[in-house]
Structure formats: structure tokens, C-alpha cells
Design a binder for this molecule. Structure first.
Ligand code: ZN
Length: 304
């Protein structure tokens, strides 16, 4: 059993350069899966899952996943990729704004928010607890097919392994509707594969949701790939088939995850993940018939 007593919200930030860009990872907190199955590895035996967690020196009764948010500064342009959970997921999350302020970034300075997908832990933070825009000057960019899926009025999760599909829809759709209403003309839909602001390529990576998008950030020959929610846990590198219950298409999620991990292992590109251990930066390499996450090595607290 996991409790959230005595949580420190000052999880901080991590700043680094990519070409001419200044990138900052800011913590929005974390999410607890208690129990960890069936949300992770819904079809894997309890004994197998427990022993895999223990092999990573992790507790087996619950799983904590990070909420790492990436900010890109390009001159006066301040681009946030996803906006965190806001007040949609409890006390252990929704820490983005105080931590942005610790990093010297005021919410009013954010010019653009790119959305990987429309789950609550990624779009909930667009709104304050009173339903106002948390980033009053930001335009929000969402993949068109992602928006249309959730806005269709007939959300179909028949290919997911979710036990309570209706409950998930009842929870998710009103958040998307509230965001849509508050944003009005500030919500901009883009086509999959589009290049945004000349240096960010939107790469369609469907499966977790229909319009799930990863972002390739490029500057002066340096690249970083923001994976979005292709992997929620280290174990999904070792066992990419174990999957995630809330993937809208469980099988497509596995195919897309393997394709991206293969690509990252081949290109040796620096990768970023929202839900992997803070600050979510690392590389992917092949291991056995699957993959392994190799975290970046940090030698000191790297705030500039
Ligand atoms: Zn997520």
C-alpha cells in the first residue's frame, strides 16, 4: 500500500542544451499504480511480473511512474510538451507550475504547448483548478486525429484491455471538453507527420491512443526524441509485449513500441520519456531479443 503523506513538491528541474535550444525537464510529480496490475502488464502472470520488478530492485506491491515535462526555449519561444495532470489525478501530481517557477519560467511566458495525446495526465494541466487557462498566452497544438477521436461522441475502446472502458471514457472525455471550451481558437489541430516551428517533427506513434505523437526535436545537428507514452515503465523495454492496459489498441501499442525502440537502438538517439525515472533522459539498446533503457549519467545538479 502506498500513501502520499509528507510528499515534497519541490521536485525541481533539470536543464541542458541541444544545439542552440535550452531544454528544461520540469517535474509534474508522479502517479502511483497500486496495485500495479492490471494497468501494467495486464495479461502477465503475477509471479512473473513480481519477479521482474524485484530484478530491478523495485517494490512489487505498487509502481510509481514519473511525470516529467519538457520545456524548449528557442529565443522568445517557450514550448511546453504536454501540460501535466493539473488537478485531475490527485496530490502526487499537478506540480508543474510551482516547479516551472523554480526553474525561472513563468506560465505567462509559455507561447506554445504541443500535446502527445489527450489523456488527463498530459492535458489536465492546461486548466487551473477553477477551469481557467493555466498558460494564458499559449496556443495548444494537438494532432487532429487525436482530437477527433475523443471529440467524436462515440469513443471506441474495444481494442484496449481496459476492464472499465466506460469509466475511463466518463473520466477522460469531460476533461477534453473542458480544455476545448477554455481554449477556443487557441486550440490548433495539426496533421500527423507535420514539422512544427521549423525544428520539431511530429511523428505519429499510434497505439496508446489513435493520434499519439512523438516529437523529434532538432537543432544544429543534435536531436532528441520525445517518446510520449510509448513506455510507461522500464519493464516495457525488457518485455515490450507486456503492454499497458489503457492503450486504446493493445496490439498496435506493442507494434509501435517495438518499432520505436528498434529505431532508437539503431540510431543511438537521445530519448526522453514522460513516465520513466526522473529526469527521463537516456538511450535505448538491444538486449537479448528485446531492449534496455540506459539512463543518462548526471554528475551534479545541472541547473544553469
Ligand atoms: Zn501518460
Amino acid at each position: 500500500m502506498y500513501t502520499t503523506n509528507s510528499i515534497s513538491r519541490k521536485a525541481g528541474f533539470h536543464r541542458f542544451g541541444l544545439g542552440t535550444l535550452e531544454l528544461t525537464v520540469v517535474s509534474d510529480g508522479f502517479i502511483v499504480f497500486d496495485p500495479p496490475q492490471p494497468i501494467l502488464a495486464p495479461e502477465t502472470s503475477k509471479a512473473c511480473f513480481k519477479s521482474a520488478l524485484e530484478s530491478h530492485f523495485l517494490p512489487s506491491g505498487f509502481v510509481k511512474i514519473a511525470l516529467n515535462m519538457l520545456v524548449i526555449k528557442n529565443g522568445a519561444q517557450v514550448i511546453l510538451i504536454d501540460a501535466g495532470a493539473g488537478n485531475t489525478m490527485g496530490d502526487s501530481s499537478g506540480w508543474l507550475i510551482p516547479n516551472l517557477e523554480l526553474a525561472g519560467i513563468r506560465p505567462a511566458e509559455v507561447t506554445n504547448i504541443l500535446i502527445t495525446h489527450a489523456h488527463s495526465d498530459h492535458i489536465g494541466g492546461i486548466l487551473t483548478s477553477t477551469g481557467d487557462l493555466a498558460f494564458p498566452n499559449a496556443k495548444v497544438y494537438m494532432p487532429r486525429n487525436e482530437y477527433e477521436f475523443w471529440d467524436s461522441g462515440t469513443v471506441n475502446l474495444s481494442k484496449s484491455k481496459l476492464v472499465d472502458k466506460e469509466g475511463f471514457i466518463r473520466f477522460s472525455v469531460p476533461i477534453i471538453q473542458a480544455v476545448k471550451k477554455a481554449l477556443g481558437a487557441k486550440l490548433i489541430l495539426f496533421e500527423p507527420g507535420q514539422i512544427l516551428f521549423d525544428f520539431i517533427k511530429a511523428i505519429p506513434t499510434p497505439g496508446h491512443t489513435p493520434g499519439h505523437t512523438s516529437y523529434l526535436i532538432m537543432s544544429e545537428g543534435q536531436e532528441l526524441i520525445h517518446m510520449g507514452d510509448l513506455t510507461h515503465h522500464l519493464l516495457l523495454f525488457e518485455y515490450p509485449d507486456w503492454g499497458f492496459e489503457a492503450d486504446y489498441d493493445f496490439k498496435e501499442g506493442i507494434v509501435t513500441r517495438k518499432e520505436m525502440l528498434h529505431r532508437l537502438a539503431e540510431t543511438r538517439q537521445l530519448a526522453f520519456s514522460i513516465h520513466l525515472p526522473w529526469p527521463g533522459l537516456g538511450h535505448v539498446r538491444k538486449k537479448g531479443g528485446a531492449f534496455e533503457w540506459v539512463s543518462e549519467h548526471f554528475t551534479s545538479f545541472s541547473a544553469m
